[in-house]
Design a protein around this ligand. Structure first.
Ligand SMILES: [Zn+2]
Length: 154
């Protein structure tokens, strides 16, 4: 379980090896290639084949609301391809698309089954917490992953 208020929940699942991985990426985690490191850890530590891994990218602050400064744009462009769709320019402002930035990273590793909810936390504060929209003292919502034991499934 991890807790979120704008950062992106990254959920990975290998149904063959029965391995799950959960990550938490804001812009620093995104430029630190956290999604790729999470997937590579599943491959190296548990023998997962990334082609069979399914991914989910959860609610996060969307490119509709996530205006970022020049330092973030430079950091993203230094690491991710311009074709990733990670940086969106609109009315002289730069916005970061965490979903596209992290989907691009997973695709680079051969993960193709990726579900993206595209629910913006900053625009849906009745259902989610948003650090950007509500300030430092807001809450966090939890993302929980679990593997049922084989006994439970019978
Ligand atoms: Zn939004």
């Amino acid at each position: 379980m991890l807790r979120f208020a704008d950062c992106l929940p990254i959920l990975l699942y290998d149904p063959q090896k029965r391995v799950i991985g959960l990550g938490h990426a804001g812009w620093r985690g995104t430029v630190g290639l956290l999604a790729q490191r999470l997937a590579e850890t599943m491959r190296e530590e548990f023998g997962c084949h990334l082609a069979q891994v399914r991914a989910g990218l959860g609610p996060a602050i969307g490119p509709c609301c996530y205006a970022v400064g020049e330092e973030v744009r430079e950091a993203v462009q230094a690491v991710l391809s311009g074709s990733s769709g990670a940086v969106v320019e609109r009315a002289n402002e730069v916005y970061l698309d965490l979903w596209e930035a992290n989907r691009w990273q997973l695709r680079q590793l051969g993960i193709e089954r990726i579900e993206v909810g595209k629910i913006c936390t900053a625009g849906n504060t009745a259902e989610f917490f948003s650090h950007r929209a509500e300030g430092e003292r807001t809450g966090r919502f939890a993302v929980l992953m679990l593997l049922q034991s084989e006994w439970d499934e019978q």
